[in-house]
Design a protein around this ligand. Structure first.
Ligand SMILES: Nc1ncnc2c1ncn2[C@@H]1O[C@H](COP(=O)(O)OP(=O)(O)OP(=O)(O)O)[C@@H](O)[C@H]1O
Ligand SMILES: [Mg+2]
Length: 368
């Protein structure tokens, strides 16, 4: 057997696929450093999201270890760091310099569960260990004040003589949150025109002290209007999660939504089918109230990732109405588990895109 040196060890690792991405650990930049000392090989692995499933982390270590052992290593030491992957902004003056990934939750139609998915996705990412914020970009019908209940800290505005107005986000269930609903009386009808929407979003992005976040989840209004356009102009979105219900009318509108995002060069991270079926708590029977599987079919036809299905669940609805979403109120329930899995898939999809881009020097490195 030839002696294992650094380049031979790297060569060996080219044949090891990462279990979460299914891509080789060298070209997909999961393995950052390989050092050989005698017959001992040390490998530094960078896990690109805190939502990377634990079972895949263990499997990744096992695969690296066995490949190197087979190639002649006597001892293999693996060090794993979790560092959320992101694409550094091209300019120092970019809005949100400390936010690594901005993810929009969108749908073609109203009432399909965008806000429910947004808020539970944010909480699930946080449960995975990420630092998360929520931007309620539905300026026409903000849901976050209702869905997240009383805050741990209220949003506040202050004047800084050197920097102008500053907005401190509210904190709900550990998430930094900003919503027009915090500033406008909920019974007040506000007619937001395009330029006002743009200005407001600019303020929410530029004047809010978001600090350092792994993920900022943006809850969008339905359709393809001013908010979607302004956001795409103001910030580099990591991607959009499209929410649909199984019936044809919702799917047709999501197809239009996907086309619009593609036009403004926002990548689609995938489609999630909400209110997919109703599982009767008494007998366990699955009733497909709005038909079933439309999300999967849509994903296949449009070439986007199918991120999963969420059933109709009274606790999901109740959580939204009472200000304690299911991931916070019943974290060990089956459907909170589905949101945890959805969060992993979304975070992996965002990381996968970053890892395929050419390397730009990072200005921000949060090491856990
Ligand atoms: N999986 C689910 N099971 C039960 N109820 C749900 C589910 N998903 C959403 N709901 C409920 O459906 C209603 C609409 O959901 P939500 O407000 O999240 O939709 P939306 O797409 O954000 O609506 P809008 O277009 O008005 O912003 C809410 O009462 C919510 O609690
Ligand atoms: Mg909504």
């Amino acid at each position: 057997m030839t002696k294992l040196d650094e380049s031979a060890a790297k060569e060996t690792l080219k044949s090891v696929d990462d279990p979460a991405f299914g891509k080789d650990v060298i070209s997909h930049r999961i393995v950052k450093k390989v050092e050989v000392d005698g017959d001992q090989v040390s490998v530094r692995v960078e896990i690109p999201t805190p939502a990377y499933p634990k079972r895949d982390r263990d499997e990744l270590a096992r695969r690296i270890e066995s490949a190197l052992a087979e190639a002649g290593a006597g001892e293999v030491k693996i060090h794993q760091d979790v560092i959320t992957a992101y694409q550094p902004p091209p300019s120092e003056k970019a809005l949100l310099p400390g936010v690594k990934n901005i993810i929009a939750v969108a749908a073609g139609k109203g009432g399909v569960g965008k806000s429910t998915v947004a808020v539970n996705l944010a909480l699930a990412l946080q449960r995975h260990g990420a630092t998360v914020g929520v931007l309620d970009a539905d300026v026409f019908g903000p849901s976050m004040p209702q869905m997240l209940g009383p805050p741990q800290r209220h949003a506040a505005t202050s004047q800084d003589p050197s920097q102008g107005q500053k907005i401190t986000p509210a904190v709900h269930h550990g998430l930094k949150v900003i919503s027009v609903g915090f500033f406008v009386n909920k019974d007040e009808a506000v007619v937001w025109r395009g330029p006002m929407v743009h200005k407001l979003l600019e303020q929410f992005l530029g004047e809010v002290e978001w600090g350092e976040l792994d993920y900022l989840i943006c809850d969008l209004p339905p359709g393809t209007g001013d908010v979607q356009l302004s956001l795409s102009q103001l910030i580099p979105l990591s991607g959009a999660v499209m929410v649909t219900t199984p019936q044809e009318v919702s799917i047709i509108d999501v197809v239009k939504g996907i086309a619009m995002f593609e036009k403004v060069e926002i990548p689609i991270l995938g489609v999630v089918e909400n209110m997919s079926y109703y599982a009767c708590p008494a007998c366990g029977h699955h009733d497909e109230i709005f038909a079933h599987g439309g999300g999967k079919r849509l994903a296949k036809e449009s070439g986007v990732t199918h991120l999963g299905e969420l059933p109709i669940d009274t606790r999901i609805r109740f959580g939204g109405d009472t200000g304690v979403p299911i991931v916070a109120s019943a974290p060990d329930s089956e459907n909170a588990g589905r949101f945890m899995e959805l969060a992993s898939k979304v975070a992996l999809a965002a990381a996968d895109r970053v890892l395929q881009l050419p390397v730009r020097s990072p200005r921000l490195a949060v090491i856990r």
